[in-house]
Structures are given as structure tokens and as C-alpha cells.
Design a protein around this ligand. Structure first.
Ligand code: FAD
Length: 472
């Protein structure tokens, strides 16, 4: 008997472990281990848990209709998972386990522990890399070290993709039988334990079918304008596929292939090339996390930044979380995050920089708050984005670069359409006033004045980074 162990790859398309496990025509069974304890430890957002659980339900029904039994078992956390998987393998006389590799430290430790137990008993483990386009150990600099600067990484990434590209696995040889979905009630139980309002749920469609449809619509209707509009949060210009890519309801290879097809249309070419660049960022942060495992323990990439003396102002942190900093675009972004579970990339950079530069609050607090709310919360991308914004990471924004919240607002939301959607108390202000409401003598309502002035921030941040560097 062969086993497919599903993790962050909740789909049947472009799934090499599934295809390989079924290829020999031997009996195949599938397993997913729930880890609510792990989710709790990492503060995973209820909305993300909901997305994963609903996608798992869809997967279980799809597999059953195609003749593969899916078993879902609650393992508690990763430690519990090791016991669940090894017991399951023994009970079902499994000879071969097929799965996609995962690269963060806890996941690696879990998989190593499972492999140690099973390989000692003669079970073969077959690992694949469908979660990325370029596996994290494939690219090295001329000195044999990992790339830590994106532009150089991207050049090699492009070459690698030209040469090897992602292989399309053949269609799975589905068995001719009806399968069972065992543990459906475990998923239902986990779903009903979530405390989650209806509103954000209505905005998202879980599952592989919806992800593949969304990719199709994005590539047919929006990819051509991606380069021009991707920084404008009032537009629906980006794919919003991050949740599908991070939970694996969409294969990155499928996304890449669709964008490559779009490149054949001269009108869409530039947008598609830019979008593929974002898929490379995704791989970049995965290889960084894999090759610098201390990042998984909260360490900054630049060691000297450990000495930064962050500000613990709780009132400032609360104002940022609640979208009440007095800077309209920052506040609109934070309200978008909390009410929808997603935030536009330009605004993730802006709000992260605001927290870490204007308020000088530790980036780890912001990173955790994002995880607690993002439907696409993904450790590698979130950590990479936070450390970039805080100037503590690889390829980080230089510490002297500080976004001006007003200039960003005027540039990327010139008519204030995005602000008006989320900061409704400012919706009546005109295109000019909405960016700096504190300059309006007659402003009514309770919108706060700016928490801190923009002037002087750059100098303070420079001094703090210089002091940390000198003390190192
Ligand atoms: P698109 O613009 O359509 O891009 C396509 C895909 O490329 C995305 O779905 C995503 O998988 C990938 N991608 C795009 N930009 C990046 C990037 N900068 N880094 C890594 N991958 C990227 N992304 C997450 O998936 N999960 C997170 O938890 C996350 N946290 C972030 C925190 C901060 C502070 C910052 C600055 C960025 C973060 N990002 C995160 C990256 C990026 O903001 C989101 O991937 C993007 O906004 C998702 O929207 P989209 O799917 O429409 O992206």
C-alpha cells in the first residue's frame, strides 16, 4: 500500500506525489493531519484556518470520487503528527510515502523525525518540490553561498526556469473504485470550533476549483494591466491568489505556466513578466527561510539590528492595529486587513514601515498581528516582507528609506477612493483634503490627528541604526 501525505498542497492538479503514488497501479491511500495546536502557537488567523479546512473538505470529496480514500486525523501539533503518521503507516502496511517537501524549521524537524522512524522500518519516503518553482537549495552564488540579494537571485532563477522549468506531472491514473472520506467529522468539528464572522468568509472561495478559476480570470482579464496598476490599491489589479498559493490549492507551476501563455499576447507580455517576478519573490523568501533557519526563531537577518532599542508604546501599537494612526492610507490599510483578511502589497509595505519606522515598534509584533489576521499568512513571505520593511532583513529597504504616508497616499490613491472605502468618516473630503485631514478646520467626527509627525522620523531611525551598528 502507498501513502500520499497531504500538507500545504490541497489539490489534485500539478501534484507530483499524487501522480507518482498512483502510477504503479498499486493501492493508494491519502492522509492529512490536523494541527490546531501548531496553529495556536503561531497565531494563525481563524479565516486562514477556515480556508484550509474548507479546502480540505473539497479535497476529501474529490479524492473519494476518484477512488482514493482520504483520512483526516487530529494530531494536535507537529510532535503529535510524528506519532500519528508512523502509527498510520504501520496500521496500513504502507511501503512508500509520497509528499511535497516543506522548508521552515519546524516542518523540517517534523519530517526528519517521521523519516527516522519509518526508514528504520524499511519504508521509502519520496519527497517532491511542487510548493516552489525552484527548490531552495538549487541556486548558489559563485562562492557556493545562498543568494541574499533578490536581483542577483532573480537572474539565476530566470536561467534555471529556462533550462529546467517546472515539469508537468502526467495526469494521475485514478483507480477504478469509489473512495471514502474518513475523518470528515473531524474537519466539521474543527470548523464549528472557529469563532469567525460571516462577513470576511463571504469574500473568499476556498478550494482548488475556485483557485484555478481565479487564475484563469486573472490571466484573461487583468494580467496585461498588472505592471501599470499593481500599486493602486483601489483597483482590482493583483491576482489575490496568495492564499491559494500558500495553502497549495493552486500549484505555483500552474500559475507560472498560465503567465507564460499570456506572454504570447504582446499586449499582456509586460504584465505577465512582472507577475512572474512576484512568483520569484515567493521562491526567494522560501530559500532564505530554509537556508537561514535562525529566522524561524525570530532572529533578524542582519545581526547588528538585534541591538536596536524598539519602542514599547502600547497605545501606539493599539492605534496602528485599530486603524487609528491619523494617517488615512495607513488606517484604511489596517482596516482592510482586519475586515477582509487581506491587504494590498503596497500597503503591507507602507503599514509595516510605519510601525517600524514612525512608531519604532519591533517588527515581530507587526509580523504576528499580520499572521493573526491574514488569510494568506505565510511564514516565509510574511517574515521576508516584515524584515524588508524594517530594514533588518535580506535585501532590506535601506534603513534611511522611510515612506512618507502622505506622499504614498497622494501617489497611489490620488483620488482617495481606497481611503474612502475603509475610513468612511473621511469619505466626504475632496481628493486633496482626504490625504491630510488634520489640515481641515471644519472636520467633524472622531478621526484622530496624526499619532506622530512624519518630520524627524528619518533622522531618528538613522541615529538608532547607527547606534546599533556602532555597538555591534
Ligand atoms: P500578486 O501581486 O498577484 O502576486 C502573485 C503572487 O506572488 C502572490 O500571490 C504571492 O504568492 C507572490 N508574491 C507577491 N509579492 C510577494 C512578495 N513580496 N513576497 C513573497 N511573495 C510574493 N505574502 C503572502 O503570501 N503571505 C504573507 O503572509 C505575506 N505577508 C507580507 C507581509 C509584508 C509586511 C509584506 C511587505 C508582504 C507580504 N506578503 C505576503 C507579500 C505580498 O504582499 C502578498 O503576497 C501579495 O500582496 C498577495 O496579493 P496577490 O496574491 O494579489 O499578489
Amino acid at each position: 500500500m502507498r501513502l500520499i501525505w497531504f500538507r500545504n498542497d490541497l489539490r489534485c492538479h500539478s501534484h507530483t506525489p499524487l501522480q507518482r503514488a498512483l502510477a504503479a497501479g498499486e493501492p493508494v491511500i491519502a492522509l492529512y493531519v490536523l494541527c490546531p495546536g501548531q496553529w495556536d502557537r503561531h497565531g494563525v488567523a481563524p479565516l486562514r484556518r477556515w480556508y484550509v479546512l474548507e479546502s480540505l473538505l473539497e479535497l476529501g470529496h474529490t479524492l473519494a470520487s476518484r477512488g482514493v480514500d482520504l483520512h483526516v486525523i487530529d494530531g494536535g501539533d507537529f510532535e503529535g503528527t510524528v506519532g500519528v503518521v508512523t502509527d498510520f503507516v504501520r496500521q496500513h502496511n504502507i511501503t512508500d510515502v509520497f509528499c511535497n517537501r516543506e522548508y521552515p524549521l519546524n516542518e523540517l524537524n517534523r519530517d526528519r523525525a517521521v523519516a527516522r522512524e519509518l526508514e528504520a522500518e524499511g519504508v521509502r519516503i519520496h519527497g517532491f518540490d511542487d510548493g516552489v518553482l525552484v527548490p531552495p537549495r538549487s541556486l548558489n552564488t559563485g562562492k557556493g553561498t545562498p543568494y541574499t540579494v533578490f536581483t542577483a537571485y532573480k537572474r539565476r532563477w530566470d536561467q534555471w526556469m529556462e533550462e529546467y522549468g517546472p515539469q508537468v506531472p502526467e495526469a494521475p491514473r485514478w483507480p477504478r473504485r469509489r473512495g471514502r472520506f474518513v475523518g470528515h467529522d473531524t474537519v466539521d468539528g474543527a470548523l464549528s470550533a472557529l469563532s469567525l464572522g460571516q462577513a470576511p468568509r463571504a469574500l473568499w472561495l476556498p478550494g482548488e476549483d475556485a483557485a484555478v478559476r481565479r487564475l484563469k480570470v486573472f490571466v484573461e482579464e487583468h494580467i496585461g494591466d498588472y505592471k501599470r496598476l499593481r500599486d493602486v490599491p483601489a483597483e482590482t489589479a493583483t491576482s489575490e491568489l496568495s492564499v491559494a498559493l500558500s495553502a497549495g490549492t493552486l500549484a505555483p507551476a500552474e500559475a507560472w505556466r498560465a503567465a507564460r501563455m499570456a506572454m504570447r499576447d504582446p499586449a499582456a507580455r509586460e504584465g505577465a513578466v512582472t507577475w512572474i517576478g512576484e512568483l520569484a519573490w515567493r521562491d526567494f523568501y522560501r530559500q532564505i527561510l530554509h537556508r537561514f533557519p535562525a529566522l524561524a526563531k525570530g532572529a533578524p537577518f542582519r545581526p547588528e539590528t538585534r541591538l536596536l532599542r524598539w519602542n514599547d508604546n502600547e497605545a501606539h501599537f493599539a492605534a496602528w492595529c485599530n486603524g487609528r494612526t491619523g494617517y488615512p492610507l495607513v488606517d484604511a490599510a489596517m482596516r482592510q486587513l482586519v475586515s477582509t483578511g487581506w491587504m494590498h502589497n503596497r500597503l503591507r509595505m507602507l503599514t509595516a514601515m510605519f510601525l517600524t519606522k514612525h512608531l519604532f515598534i519591533d517588527w515581530r509584533r507587526g509580523e504576528r498581528f499580520f499572521m493573526q489576521h491574514l488569510i494568506d499568512g505565510d511564514f516565509a513571505a510574511n517574515n521576508g516582507g516584515w524584515q524588508w520593511s524594517a530594514s533588518t532583513g535580506t535585501d532590506a529597504a535601506p534603513y534611511f528609506r522611510v515612506f512618507s504616508p502622505v506622499r504614498q497616499s497622494r501617489r497611489f490613491d490620488p483620488e482617495g477612493r481606497f481611503i474612502a472605502r475603509y475610513v468612511t468618516e473621511l469619505a466626504e473630503l475632496d481628493n486633496n483634503a482626504i490625504h491630510e485631514p488634520w489640515k481641515q478646520p471644519l472636520l467633524t467626527g472622531d478621526y484622530p490627528p496624526p499619532l506622530v509627525p512624519h518630520e524627524g522620523v528619518k533622522q531618528r531611525v538613522e541615529a538608532a541604526f547607527r547606534a546599533a551598528r556602532d555597538a555591534w
